[in-house]
Design a protein around this ligand. Sequence first.
Ligand code: MOS
Length: 734
Amino acid sequence: MADEPVVPIEEMGGQVAEVNLPASANPNSPYAWPKERRLLSTRVNRIDGPLKVAGRAKYSYDIKRPGMLYGRILRSPHPHARVVSIDLAPALKMPGVKAAVSIAKAGGKVMYVGDEVAAVAAATEDQARDAARAIKVEYEVLPFLASVEQAMQPEAPVVFEGGNVKASQTEEEGNLQAGFAAAAHVVEQTYATQVQTHVSLETHGCVCEWEGDKLTAWVSTQAVHGTREGFATSLGIPQANVRVITEHMGGGFGSKFGPDVQGIACARLAKEAKAAVQLMLDRREEHLAAGNRPSAVAKIKAGVSADGMLTAFDGESWGTGGAGASSGFPLPYIYTFPNRRRVHKDVYINAGQQRAMRAPGHPQGCFITEMLMDELADRVKMDPIEFRIRNLPPQAPNAMWREYFKVGAAKFGWDKRHPTGDPTPGPIKRGMGCAANRWGGGGRGTQAQCEILPDGGVVVRCGTQDLGVGTRTLIAIIAAETLGLQVKDIKVELGDSNYPFSGGSGGSTTAPAVSPAIRVTVSKALLELGTRVLGVPADQVAASNGRVHVKGNPSKGLSWAEACRKLQTTPVSVNAGWEQGLSASGSSGVQFAEVSVDIETGVAKVERILCVQDCGLIVNQMAAESQCIGGMVMGVGYALYEDRILDRNTAMQVNPNMEWYLVPGMSDIPKIDIMLMNQPERGVIGIGEPPTISTAAAIANAVANAIGVRVRSIPLTPQKVLTALEGERAGGTL
Ligand code: MOS
């Protein structure tokens, strides 16, 4: 296996997401968000929208350098093998080939179909493809594991050092025996979720170009600074000699935090060929080797008292994160089982490794727990919402969930939900379901620079990156609000490791890390401008309506252009950064879904979803809603369609494409309503991940409500729906 460093999931998922910030902003901060918001919390079009619509935005894929070559990786055709030898010579003789490097080592192992072995660079993509095929690799094929079931069998070959199954987590609280003794009803069921891949629309990859010992890399990454560090460490060169640029980026969802194996190979090829090299993965490589969300299975026994209080939870779970990678997730999710035990095992198979994926672990835990909650509610004949509210945790944000369940139910028309099984005659059955979510969404540590130029120009630089979510626009909104200008007056420069430091865009940390940095830096720049050109003390400086003036007295001052002209030849240039008090942590939400299911074909369709979500102070209403929509569309795919399917005889993925790996298309996307709860007093909180967490759970509960029988694993394919209906006709499973 290639030994390039991979950012561990804990770093970019759970821990970063749980950055422990106060739940509220500090109203006494000298940079506190304005009470009268002119641009903040409004709907602002993306400043990069026209560029993207016109096809002028440059993604890594669009970078063309003089004399640029194309790189291609040779990948293992075997799920498990020892690499006996790699001979690059035949490839080097192929037409157009300028460089070839090994990635795997002779004597080392490849652990899955698609594991990296070697790479070439050639004048054209086709030549690179042919040349990669010409590399001669001798393998000693080894026994392998193609499925979780196979890996867990006692007689399975031991493929992974220390065993194929690793006990990774045990939690216990309270007294299980007493909990079950207090239960009037007990549900014992098994729930399961599949492996989902990220399917970033822009594939992984980069362009690398050397100038002497200095590397410039245009990378599709969620972390320009992290990737600079990754290149420097892996290549053994100073960080000062690496520049990483990400002008535009087509999604990462947790899978793009470093240079990655292909980035390092690309840099090595470029060095050897003495030319720029572009190496972008294709869709097959994305599915095989660029990360995924681990699967999850949970066998649960849970108890509920006659009056609808949860009493006990005993759960055994497992899942696969592929070849040697973990599969943990939170369980039970959100609701309080006073007595509980949970044991989790990681099961290793010969498949591509998991990476952080949008709210890592939470969609699995949410699906499993929320399915169980509906089953328990049914046992005590309680409305699912009433039942959930009754069993919310005793601490915050319980009040928010309670409110969201109530206002959401009213808006959604939950009172029209029929009890289990749509009694309407005919094959089309409708149903409703709900589920809750939580996430951290705090961030810190970003730095920024603001220049105010004598011609009135404002440039804000920040080494963050815009993954396609609207970070550029967020920066412009905050700067314009602070300076009394318009969004179009601000020039935002980001996505470059030469700009002031910002962390990776993971764990929904970007908005809460970047927004305060911009607010503080731009405020300081304004104070410098005001003191210099108005000659008043800093605490007297204000800006509004295109004027810089004495606080509380807009007529006593100058127009923006006049003020800047007075700077003469010396611009204002201020570097500053994130301060506590302008952002917070802790996002919560609730979602409702209505589905229709054709019980003759088994096809489920999501009709509408309502999302009730908070993210503290809303910076850009439109962008925040877009985040919700994106997350829910991903959740529709998770609920109904997406599944990485491995052939059980060969461990080859049978659907490594977008024809058979099904992501939602336009016609699959339901009517979506969003209730964003603006909480300006809390400061900015990230919303990238939470909206995807509870969509699949709400849909699955709605399907059960529609057809009166429960499908306990996603995706809810027509086959599973029909099988469940068949089972019910044969004697009932609910
Ligand atoms: Mo996220 S899965 O930390 O990009």
